[in-house]
Structures are given as structure tokens and as C-alpha cells.
Design a protein around this ligand. Structure first.
Ligand SMILES: [Zn+2]
Length: 476
């Protein structure tokens, strides 16, 4: 006997991101250049850890791990501030640095440099009296070893190490004596991480660049800037030879070990393994624009979204991404939704006036009545109908069942939709848009898919993984 579930699920897109503030560079011309964001996960008391990802745009292990920290951890004691996307434009372009190496601009930066404002902003965050310890996340070449073994495993390589500039933060400047002993802390973190290796070759070491004495290049870095300001600071490196999800795994192990070292208590919302991080980074991806009136669900998204997407004139998209590595690149004919260095979908914008007066719409979903917020997604088992109560014109994108130009009070089922109009490649998720005269009032999404369909089609690697044979040894 077939059991019938009156299963209707309403999805209120999880507001995964803690309070984010934009702090980077901003708008130039008509192209939107995304700012970096600062996410504060605070319990109120205890020490504060600042984690920076994406200072170099071609190191996805670091920026993906920082992003995961911002979205998939709850802090129970202490505070964690995360900047997952410091050099966002370079992340998008998968370049070490579109405007040169940002991690060489911390000793001096020209006021004419396009990154001047962003560098000053992150410097001010580092200098915030609350910040006790700074971690800068990287993916480095090869595997660091204290003694020469071969071309890939040697002292000049950067992969799989914790980088310190000196053994201790100087007494004269130290802001918090509890976190002065860089060598000691790094050693205890090593002990925690080296019992979680996927392979023994990935073993972690401490690399002391003894920056003050020998290293003119390292004097220009973010971590040396922090150490000179009396803050504990470390560079965390994974190897570019590893798949991206393994890099995120190691970075997450390192981040957790540092949090434990600092007495920061946390809860993690995913399984800590390469497969677990891949799932966490690729599931429930969405972006909502214009105060949730335009919404795109992006799990398994089509390369090109069919039909026009309503947008408003002007630069302010009011984006609410489910993840800080998501953004929309505007411009001419086609807009792109970007996640890290991948384009998830392209769409053609249609400029129109917006009517923001409608907050909810009434639906019958599988014969049950629901009030649905604009911007939310509804799971539909068999059929649905938008009630004609707000005198709105209803346009179910991909369906052709209008009566007098509207699909209000029309029963719609999956077979009424042309599959190619779905947002997802599975042909499950469709847009239903609402209009009052010529103005766009917002949209909802209807999902005909099974409950766990979203996670079915994970890419093998989550992000383009950089260059495994990076021989230039550029370092952090
Ligand atoms: Zn780096």
C-alpha cells in the first residue's frame, strides 16, 4: 500500500550569515566590485580570533574554509571574526592578485593603489583592541620540510605548515601576554592536527621565517603587520597539491585547534572530513536580491537561467547571499552569479519598476492553505495554486496556463512547466513572479523535487583548485 504524506515543506532560506558588514572597495562604473565582508560570531565574552581568507585569490582552500567558519559554526564562548573574502575580485578571477600581491602591501601602500582602502580597512580591523590573535589562510606550493628531501618536500616550500614571523610577540608591544608565545601555541596546534592527517606525507611543521632578520618580502605581509602591532599572528598553509576539499579539511582542523588553544568553544554543523566539507560548501546555496524580491536557488543550477530576471535600475542590489563567497557581477547583457571562482549561472536582467508593498502571498499547496513570504521557496508534492487575493498578476515562469494574462487561481502541476525553465538542472525548481500593473512585486520558488534532491549532484572538486605544479614558490 502506498502511504500518502500530506508533505508540504516551506523553505525559509536560512539566514546563515551572521551580521556581515561590507568593508572593502565598492562600486566603480556600472560593474559591481564586491567588498570584502566581516562576519562577527560573538558569544560576548572571552578572547577574539580574527580569521582572514582570500588575501590571494587563487587559494580556494583558505577562503573556502574561512567561509565555512562564517556559515557553519556557532561560537559558544569567546569570539570569532571572519573576513573570508579579503581580495574578492581576485578570488572571482582566480588570480593571485589582480592588482599585484595584496600580501605585500601591509608595510607600505600607495594611496593610488586600487586596494588602498581595502588594506587600510583590514589593518584597522587587525588593530581593533578586541582582536587577540590573527590567522591568515593560504594554500602553498609543495610540502614544507625543515630539511631538503626533494623538489616537492623541502624548506623552500610552503604547503602544510604553520608560519610564524618570530618565536614570541615582543614584550614592548604585546597586547595580550596570554598569546605571546607563538612557537609554543603553534606547537600545540601541530599536536592536535597531526593526529588527523589523511596521509602521513601531509604532516604539519612550523616554519619560522625569522622575518625581522632576514626577510624583506615577509616584512610586507599581513601577519608581520599584526605581530609588529603586538598581536599574535600565524599564517596557515595547506598544500596546493591536495584536492580543494582536503585543503578545506586541513584548514578547518587548524582553525578548530587554534580555537581550542584560545579557549574558544564552538559547535560545528557539518562532518569534519573532505566529503563533509564538500557537502557543506555546496548545499543550500542561494542569493536573494532587492530585499528578497528576486531570488535564485543555486544548487545544481543551470549554466544559463532561461527567461528574464527582474532587476531594478541602479547599483544597489541589496544582495543576501547564503554564503560570503557568492556575489552577482552585473554589467552589460548578462549578469553572472559567482561562487568563489566558479560561475554558477548567467541570466539576462530585465529592468523594471518595483512595487515593495506585497510581503506575503496566499497559496494552496497540495490543497492546503499557506501564507508564503516573498522570496521563500515552497515544496510541492503534486500541485499548487496562487490565490487571487491581492489583485496581483501571477506569472509562473515556464508554464502557459494564463487566464486573462494571469495564473492566479489556476491549478499548476509539474507537467504544466517546460522543464528548461527550471533554475536547477534537475527540472525541479521554478519561479512564480507577481506583478501589479507594470511593477514587479517579487517572486517565490516552487520545488517539485524530492526532499534531498539538492545534494545529489555535487561537483567532484568544489572550486577550481589552483595550480598543483606551482613552481614559482611565491609563498604566502
Ligand atoms: Zn598565499
Amino acid at each position: 500500500m502506498k502511504r500518502l504524506f500530506a508533505a508540504v515543506f516551506l523553505f525559509f532560506f536560512a539566514s546563515l550569515l551572521p551580521s556581515a558588514q561590507a568593508a572593502g572597495s565598492g562600486q566603480r562604473g556600472d560593474t559591481f566590485f564586491p567588498d570584502f565582508t566581516l562576519h562577527k560570531l560573538e558569544s560576548g565574552s572571552g578572547p577574539t580570533l580574527l580569521v582572514v581568507g582570500g588575501i590571494q585569490g587563487d587559494e580556494p582552500g583558505g577562503f573556502s574554509a574561512a567561509s565555512l567558519l562564517a556559515t557553519h559554526y556557532t561560537i559558544k564562548k569567546g569570539n570569532v571574526w571572519v573576513v573570508p573574502n579579503l581580495n574578492f575580485l581576485s578570488i572571482i578571477r582566480s588570480s593571485r592578485g589582480v592588482y599585484g600581491d595584496m600580501n605585500r602591501k601591509f608595510a607600505y601602500i600607495s594611496p593610488q593603489d586600487p586596494q588602498f582602502e581595502a588594506v587600510r580597512n583590514i589593518q584597522n580591523i587587525i588593530l581593533d583592541p578586541k582582536v587577540d590573535l590573527v590567522l591568515n589562510l593560504h594554500d602553498g606550493s609543495g610540502f614544507y620540510r625543515p630539511k631538503w628531501e626533494n623538489d616537492r618536500f623541502n624548506p623552500k616550500r610552503w604547503g602544510q605548515c604553520i608560519v610564524i614571523d618570530q618565536e614570541r610577540v615582543d614584550d614592548e608591544v604585546a597586547q595580550n601576554p596570554r598569546f605571546q608565545d607563538l612557537q609554543g601555541m603553534a606547537g600545540r596546534v601541530l599536536d592536535r592536527v597531526n593526529v588527523r592527517l589523511l596521509r602521513y606525507a601531509h604532516v604539519y611543521h612550523i616554519k619560522n621565517t625569522t622575518t625581522r632578520n632576514f626577510d624583506l618580502e615577509m616584512e610586507k605581509t599581513l601577519s608581520y603587520f599584526a605581530v609588529c602591532a603586538g598581536k599574535a599572528a600565524f599564517g596557515l598553509e595547506t598544500s596546493k597539491e591536495l584536492p580543494a576539499e582536503s585543503r578545506v579539511y586541513y584548514h578547518s582542523c587548524l582553525l578548530e585547534a587554534f580555537m581550542r588553544e584560545m579557549g574558544i568553544e564552538f559547535e560545528r554543523k557539518f562532518h569534519l572530513s573532505p566529503a563533509g566539507v564538500a557537502l557543506a560548501l555546496n548545499k543550500d546555496i542561494s542569493i536573494r536580491l532587492y530585499n528578497k524580491r528576486t531570488v535564485l536557488k543555486l544548487d545544481n543550477a543551470r549554466v544559463t537561467t532561461r527567461g528574464f530576471i527582474p532587476v531594478r535600475q541602479g547599483p544597489d542590489l541589496a544582495p543576501e547571499p547564503s554564503n560570503p563567497l557568492l556575489t552577482v557581477l552585473t554589467g552589460d547583457g548578462q549578469w553572472r552569479v559567482i561562487y568563489g571562482n566558479r560561475t554558477l549561472t548567467r541570466f539576462t536582467p530585465e529592468y523594471m519598476p518595483f512595487d515593495e508593498s506585497v510581503q506575503t502571498v496566499n497559496l494552496l499547496v497540495d490543497d492546503r492553505a499557506f501564507s508564503v513570504n516573498i522570496g521563500d521557496m515552497v515544496r510541492v508534492n503534486s500541485h499548487f495554486m496562487v490565490r487571487d487575493e491581492n489583485s496581483l498578476r501571477v506569472n509562473a515562469i515556464g508554464a502557459k496556463k494564463e487566464v486573462n494574462g494571469s495564473e492566479a487561481d489556476v491549478r499548476l502541476e509539474r507537467a504544466d512547466f517546460a522543464p528548461s525553465f527550471s533554475l536547477d538542472q534537475g527540472g525541479n525548481v521554478f519561479r512564480v513572479e507577481f506583478y501589479r500593473e507594470k511593477a514587479f512585486c517579487g517572486m517565490i520558488l516552487v520545488n517539485f523535487g524530492p526532499e534531498n534532491a539538492d545534494s545529489g549532484n555535487l561537483p567532484k572538486t568544489l572550486l577550481t583548485a589552483g595550480h598543483a605544479d606551482d613552481k614559482n614558490g611565491l609563498g604566502r
